[in-house]
Write a protein that binds this ligand. Structure first.
Ligand code: ATP
Length: 247
């Protein structure tokens, strides 16, 4: 038995564990009720992908790791679903690529911002940005535009998992390289990303960390080659085909 009263060899274990974590996130005030809907959408796509990391997603995760290692100021954006699902894994990825962690919410309330920051600190984050909110993303309404000026505001590479399409588009319009994790290859977030990762965040984040650890210390030419050889449109096409055909 693990985190929930369910044997780890249950065929729906990963999916039920994910649901349990989101439900727990709502109870703790970390995840919004809207987050439950986002989870349901994601789960449907994951079911069609066979709940596995397809080869094109693994290549995207490797390219993302290389891009993060090349960055001057990488930032990992965390919302309520991300915090509920992968808080310790986000802390590990931030350590592997020397990135800042910033809480960034679609439905921003100070209470939820604080709850998420506290949850991340409980899982080992030493500094959590997002609470100062002294920067703005242009072309978004007031609450949704708030970021930290020395966090996402100053980042050159941003990881935005499970992001709403509007904000992903507004961020991509800035001079930042955007890495998106989203199970829906047709979502605007995935479509606007420089590196779209079509995989469940539960699998994607630890895999990015593994790639980063393996690539750590590589010459920048090697990392640049990995990034240059990655084609976002090919990755999206491969994911859509896997979902449509089941192959
Ligand atoms: P669009 O980008 O098309 O405007 P949206 O803004 O309506 O989409 P939301 O439902 O707000 O999208 O965002 C949730 C997105 O996150 C969905 O595309 C969903 O597939 C994805 N998602 C949900 N759970 C996960 C997960 N565990 N791992 C990866 N992606 C997920």
């Amino acid at each position: 038995m693990s985190e929930i009263e369910l044997p780890a060899d249950h065929p729906r274990y990963a999916s039920l564990l994910t649901r349990h974590r989101i439900e727990d996130g709502v109870e703790k005030g970390i995840t919004s009720k809207q987050g439950l809907i986002a989870q349901g959408r994601g789960e449907a796509f994951d079911y069609l992908l066979g709940e596995q990391t397809i080869p094109s997603a693994d290549r995207a995760e490797r390219a993302a790791a290389a891009q993060l290692l090349l960055a001057d100021h990488p930032v990992l954006s965390v919302n309520g679903n991300v915090a509920a699902l992968v808080a310790p894994e986000i802390v590990d990825l931030a350590a592997a690529v020397d990135a800042d962690i910033e809480v960034n919410l679609f439905n921003r309330t100070e209470k939820r911002m604080e709850a998420i920051a506290a949850h991340l600190r409980e899982h080992g984050a030493d500094a959590v940005k997002g609470l100062t909110a002294d920067g703005r993303i242009p072309n978004l309404s007031h609450e949704r535009a708030k970021v930290d000026a020395d966090g996402i505001g100053a980042a050159d590479v941003v990881v935005v998992p499970l992001e709403d399409g509007d904000r992903a588009e507004a961020l991509a319009d800035l001079d930042k390289t955007e890495i998106v994790i989203d199970l829906n290859p047709l979502s605007r977030s995935a479509q606007t990303a420089a590196i779209p990762i079509v995989d469940n965040i539960i699998r994607a984040v630890p895999t990015m960390t593994e790639h980063a650890e393996e690539l750590h210390g590589s010459a920048s030419e090697t990392l640049n080659t990995i990034v240059d050889q990655f084609a976002a449109s090919d990755a999206l096409t491969a994911a859509e085909e896997a979902i449509r055909t089941g192959v």
